[in-house]
Write a protein that binds this ligand. Structure first.
Ligand code: RIB
Ligand code: CA
Length: 313
C-alpha cells in the first residue's frame, strides 16, 4: 500500500530539507503528500506555512494544501527558535513570497477531516511541536483508530535534551500536547534524538551538497548555511543534524531503523525537567493503562545521508 503522508511541521530549516527529501518521491508517484499543516515552534505557523509553500514551489510539488495551525502551546507562553532557523525560519536569506496561499481550514481541522475521509489509510508525520495533533485528538476522540500510522520526530531517552538538558525541542514546546499524543493509543512511532544525532551530517557531506549545480541543491546549501553556523557556534563543529528528514525516511522505509516498544510519558511538573520524555526501565514496570509506543533505537546513518544527498542533487 502506497505511503500517503499528512505532514505537520514548523518549517524551519530541517523541516525544509525534509520537504526537499520527500519531493522526488512525490513527483515519481512513489508516495502521496496529501496535505501539510504548520504549527508554532521554530517559527510562527503563518511563517511556517509561507516557508512550506516557498519550498514546495522550488521542489516542483504543486497543489498540496498547506493549512495554518496552532500559534501557541496549550499551557505555556509561545517561544520560537530564531537562533537556529533565523527570524524568517529559512536562514534569513530573503526569499520572495510564494505564489500560493495557505488553505482556509485550520491544521487541526484538516487532520480530523482527512482522517475521517481516509480511515486507516494515512500516515501522520509530525516533525514539529504536537499542538495540532493534541487539538485534533480533543476534536475527534476516534482519531487514534483512523490513521494507518503516526510518526513523530521528538523526545530523548538515553540522550540529553537539546532545548534544555533534559527535553527535546518538539516535546518541550508543548509538553501537554505531547502527553496527549503519547497516551492516545494510536500506532505511533517515535524518532528521538537518540537516533537523529548519530546521523549528523559532516563537512564532507556539506561540501558534496555545495558541489551540486541543480536549483534544489543550491537552495538547500543556501538555507543550510544559517543552521550550520548555529551548530558551529554552539558545538564548535561544522555539521548539522537534519532531525526531521530521518523521521520522514523511517515513515517511508521503516527497514532503515530498529525499534523497541515502551509506554512513554512526558514530565509536566518538573521545574528543571518539564518536557522530558520518560519510560519506566524496571523489569516489572508499573505503566497502568498507558499504551506502548514504538521507539526507534537505531537507524542506518549511511543510508540516511546518501538518500538525503541524492534527493537534493
Ligand atoms: O529537536 C529537533 C526538532 O526541533 C526538529 O523538528 C527541529 O525542526 C526543531 O523543530
Ligand atoms: Ca521541525
Amino acid at each position: 500500500m502506497k505511503t500517503r503522508i499528512l505532514l505537520d511541521c514548523d518549517t524551519g530549516i530541517d523541516d525544509a530539507l525534509t520537504l526537499l527529501y520527500l519531493a522526488p518521491l512525490v513527483r515519481s508517484g512513489e508516495i502521496d503528500l496529501v496535505a501539510i499543516g504548520t504549527v508554532h515552534g521554530n517559527v510562527a505557523p503563518e511563517t511556517g506555512a509561507l516557508n512550506t509553500l516557498r519550498v514546495l514551489e522550488r521542489a516542483g510539488v504543486h497543489d498540496v494544501p498547506v493549512a495554518v495551525g496552532a500559534g501557541r502551546p496549550m499551557a505555556q507562553p509561545v517561544e520560537f527558535a530564531d537562533e537556529w532557523h533565523g527570524t524568517d525560519g529559512l536562514g534569513d536569506i530573503g526569499l520572495p513570497e510564494p505564489a500560493a496561499r495557505p488553505a482556509d481550514v485550520s491544521a487541526p481541522e484538516q487532520i480530523v477531516r482527512l482522517a475521517r475521509a481516509n480511515p486507516g489509510e494515512l500516515t501522520l508525520l509530525a516533525v514539529g511541536p504536537l499542538t495540532n495533533l493534541g487539538i485534533a485528538l480533543l476534536l475527534e476522540p476516534r482519531l487514534p483508530r483512523l490513521f494507518r500510522e503516526v510518526v513523530v520526530m521528538g523526545g530523548a531517552f538515553d540522550h540529553h535534551g537539546n532545548i534544555t538538558g533534559h527535553a527535546e525541542a518538539n516535546v518541550w514546546h508543548d509538553p501537554e500536547a505531547a502527553e496527549l499524543v503519547f497516551a492516545a493509543g494510536w500506532p505511533l512511532t517515535l524518532v528521538p534524538l537518540d537516533v537523529t544525532h548519530p546521523t549528523a551530517l559532516d563537512g564532507a557531506w556539506l561540501d558534496r551538497l555545495a558541489a551540486g549545480e541543480g536549483e534544489v541543491a543550491r537552495f538547500a546549501s543556501r538555507i543550510l548555511e544559517f543552521y550550520v553556523t548555529a551548530y558551529h557556534r554552539s558545538l564548535g563543529v561544522r555539521g548539522a543534524v537534519i532531525h526531521d528528514a530521518l523521521a520522514a525516511m523511517l515513515a517511508v522505509d521503516p527497514s532503515l531503523g530498529e525499534y523497541t516498544e515502551r509506554p512513554v510519558r512526558v514530565e509536566l511538573r518538573g521545574d528543571r525537567t518539564r518536557g522530558a520524555t520518560l519510560w519506566d526501565r524496571r523489569r516489572y514496570a508499573d505503566d497502568g493503562d498507558r499504551p506502548a509506543v514504538r521507539v526507534a533505537v537505531r537507524a542506518d546513518a549511511a543510508a540516511f545521508q546518501e538518500r538525503l544527498l541524492s534527493s537534493l542533487l
